[in-house]
Every structure is written in structure tokens, then in C-alpha cells.
Design a protein around this ligand. Structure first.
Ligand code: ADP
Ligand code: MG
Length: 413
């Protein structure tokens, strides 16, 4: 039998035998909300205290929840609001909640139409002015005679793109409602989010604030153990593997999502190899896999000119210039643009792009002193050359450029 046939048969057979490693892989997904959130008792209580007034028919305060990714903001909020909803239902109080993830939803228009559909108002997919949709939303809320809690998760993403007009309107909405009332809870992954807001919006939105700090390694280990109990077959997970996932995620920024990803991918790798027990080795391989996927995804979604800047650094490094000065990168960038029939951006803009690529880790850029000749910036690739090459080879416009030979190099190798 051919090698690939054997491989396929193994995949089918393993699947039919049932997983040797997982019992319920679903609980390792990001959007799974566990019944128990260790190390977040204080946050749960704080949020519960903020929203409880709605059970007696009073409006609760607006609030702002923030902390880095994977610190449990979404899970805690969903957990508290679910319980709140159940209690309100028991009491027969008129409470509605709209939970919208702004990053996934995308635009202000879509956030608004999601809010509309949560109170059963249909809005065309496109075509109306944002102001018109907002008016419909307002009229509909008022006609429902209700308390409405609007939860805007990953709110920083719309504010960064579009400013805070929607938030301004939302936090002012009660002044023009007669029968209903609206409270807004914003959740942000970006700690500097507050700086982006108009002071008037900020003061209304942050009547209450809850900050989520990163988890440490012990806390992450606890969280993982709770999840692993449901996710894995008995004995399928070594203690060392859990510990390592927790340690790696803690070293990054205390991100529970990262820790869960490591655990899931390690389990999948073990399963694929037919190993019955997830070991530290699997976790290390998982770390590499995740990193590889992350780079691949970032490379794929890069705007064209950033790709060309990166390609320039790539080509320079292939010509044995590991760390290039901005002037050389720019010259080559212009040459590549010319080859590709594009008009180049100014050197200033390209400098800005180099900065951005440095921030996301695709490039490493450092200012070096040239002694009495002043200072210059030297830039090198921040990721393995092989991955850059592989991804660019998939890009129709760049495919022909990965083997390009620069015409002019100011400092030949
Ligand atoms: P954030 O919204 O802050 O980015 P999430 O709430 O999405 O973080 O949490 C990321 C993942 O980690 C989710 O799968 C969540 O269920 C899990 N998680 C976070 N904190 C805890 C906790 N204290 N206990 C159990 N699971 C947690
Ligand atoms: Mg979240």
C-alpha cells in the first residue's frame, strides 16, 4: 500500500475507534463558558453587584471591564449575565440583554443591526444610514417597555476604527427614552482604550470599572485542571503537560486562552500519533505549531505594501545582509514596486510600516549608533525565512518575486 493510503486508513480507523485522548474536546474551545471560574470570585461578585438593581426594576450603572486577552472577561460576564437572566425570569421582571462581540460583528452598522435583532427588529443588511438604524433601535427599545443591558465585547476594535460616535449615542440614549432604560457594559482587551474615548463618553461609560489582571502559572494550572477533567480521558494527560502549558502561557501574559490552546493542540498531536498519553513533548510541539499558525495568519492578512517591505528585508537577508539599514530597505522596496507596476509610498510611510511590522514581531528593528556618524536603524526578519518564503509563494502577486535578484545593493555582501 502507498504511504499516503496507509496514513489515510489510520486516520479513518482512529476516528472510528473513538478518541483515545479526548472525552469532550468541545470544552477546550474559546467560547465554552464553564460553570466554575476559579480565581475570579471577586470579579464575579463585583459584576453581580453592579447589575443586581435590574432585578428590582431599576437601571444599573454603566460599566467598563478591561484587561488583556484571556483573562476571563468574556467568560465572567457571560456567566454572571446568564444567572442574572435566569433570576429575572423567575421573578418575572422585564429584562433584556444584548451581547455583541464588536470584533466579530465588524462595523458600527452591523453592531447596531445586531442590537436591533436582539430585540426582534429587522434591519436591512446594508443601505440605511447609521443614524436611521439608531433611531429605529431607539423607538423599538422604548416600545418594549423594558430594561435593556447592552454588552459590547471587544469594544476597542470599533472605537479604534470608527471613533466613539455609537458609544456616545448609546450612553445618551436614556435622555430620549420615555418607557425603557438602557445600560451599557463595555469590555476591552486594550488597556489604553480609555485614552481613545471622548471624555464625556468615558465619564458616562466608566461609572463602574472592573480590571482583570493576568493569571499567574499556578492559577492557570488550576483553570486547566478543571477543564482537562472534562476534556480528556482518564489518565490521558500527564501532570507535567498541564504544568508546562500553564508555565508557557504565564510567561507570555497570563493568557488562559493560550493555555487552553496549548492543551488542545497537544492533545490533537498525541491523538494523531496514536499516543495514549499527552506528554510535555506534545506540548512543546504544540507551541511550535501554534506559533507557526500565528505567523502564517498574520502574513496572509498583511496589506500589500507591508508585504513588499517585508519581502525587501527577506531578499536582503538572502543576500547575506542580516540587518539592513532603512535606506537599503527603501531602495529595494522601490525597485520591487517598480517590477510589480505599483507606485511606491514615501520613505516616511515605509518607515512607519517597518515600525508596525516590528510591533507585530515580523521584523526586529533596532536603533544602532554609528559613533560620530550618528544613529541608524537596523532591521532584520523577526520570523524564520522559510515561513516567509512559503507564504509569499502562495500569494499570486508575490510568487514571482521571492527569487528576485536585487539590481543594486549599497553594501554588497
Ligand atoms: P477574555 O475575554 O478576557 O479574552 P475569555 O473570557 O474569553 O478571556 O477566556 C479565555 C478562555 O479561558 C475561555 O475559554 C474561558 O472559558 C477560559 N477561562 C478564563 N478564565 C477562566 C477561569 N477563571 N476559569 C476557567 N476558565 C477560564
Ligand atoms: Mg473576550
Amino acid at each position: 500500500m502507498e504511504k499516503q493510503e496507509i496514513m489515510l486508513r489510520e486516520i479513518f480507523d482512529n476516528f472510528l475507534k473513538g478518541s483515545t485522548v479526548f472525552r469532550n474536546r468541545e470544552v477546550l474551545r474559546h467560547d465554552y463558558v464553564p460553570d466554575n471560574l476559579p480565581h475570579r470570585e471577586d470579579h464575579i461578585c463585583r459584576l453581580a453587584e453592579i447589575v443586581t438593581p435590574v432585578l428590582k426594576g431599576s437601571l444599573c450603572s454603566n460599566g467598563l471591564i478591561y484587561g488583556k486577552t484571556g483573562t476571563g472577561k468574556t467568560a465572567v460576564t457571560k456567566f454572571v449575565l446568564k444567572q442574572l437572566g435566569e433570576k429575572a425570569f423567575e421573578l418575572g421582571s422585564s429584562l433584556r440583554m444584548s451581547f455583541v462581540n464588536c470584533r466579530v460583528t465588524g462595523t458600527e452598522y452591523r453592531v447596531l443591526s445586531a442590537l436591533c435583532s436582539s430585540i426582534d427588529v429587522k434591519v436591512p443588511f446594508t443601505g440605511l444610514a447609521v443614524g436611521e438604524v439608531f433611531d429605529r433601535f431607539k423607538r423599538a427599545v422604548d416600545s418594549r417597555d423594558t430594561l435593556l443591558i447592552v454588552i459590547l465585547d471587544e469594544i476597542d476594535t470599533i472605537v479604534k476604527d470608527r471613533g466613539d460616535v455609537l458609544l456616545y449615542e448609546l450612553t445618551r440614549i436614556n435622555t430620549s427614552l420615555r418607557k425603557s432604560k438602557v445600560a451599557v457594559l463595555g469590555i476591552s482587551n486594550d488597556l489604553r482604550f480609555k485614552e481613545l474615548l471622548d471624555p464625556r463618553v468615558l465619564s458616562t461609560l466608566s461609572e463602574e470599572e472592573i480590571v482583570f489582571s493576568p493569571y499567574n502559572a499556578d492559577e492557570l494550572q488550576n483553570i486547566l485542571e478543571g477543564r482537562a477533567e472534562i476534556a480528556f480521558q482518564e489518565g490521558a494527560l500527564s501532570n507535567g503537560a498541564v504544568k508546562l502549558c500553564a508555565a508557557l502561557a504565564a510567561a507570555e501574559h497570563g493568557d488562559a486562552r493560550r493555555a487552553l490552546d496549548l492543551l488542545r493542540v497537544a492533545g490533537e498531536l498525541a491523538e494523531r500519533k496514536g499516543d495514549r498519553r499527552v506528554s510535555e513533548d506534545h506540548v512543546r510541539q504544540a507551541e511550535k505549531r501554534i506559533e507557526h499558525d500565528r505567523i502564517t495568519e498574520t502574513l496572509r492578512t498583511l496589506p500589500t505594501h507591508s508585504k513588499i517591505v517585508l519581502l525587501s528585508v527577506y531578499l536582503l537577508s538572502r543576500s547575506n545582509i542580516a540587518r539592513s539599514i532603512t535606506g537599503d530597505i527603501y531602495n529595494l522596496y522601490c525597485e520591487l514596486c517598480d517590477e510589480m507596476g505599483l507606485s511606491p509610498l514615501t520613505q516616511r510611510r515605509v518607515s512607519g510600516l517597518i515600525n508596525e511590522l516590528d510591533v507585530i514581531g515580523l521584523l526586529n528593528s533596532r536603533v544602532a549608533s554609528l559613533g560620530r556618524y550618528g544613529r541608524t536603524r537596523k532591521t532584520s526578519l523577526g520570523v524564520p525565512r522559510r515561513i516567509v518564503r512559503e507564504r509569499f509563494a502562495e500569494d499570486e502577486r508575490l510568487r514571482h518575486m521571492v527569487d528576485y535578484r536585487p539590481r543594486y545593493l549599497s553594501c554588497p555582501p
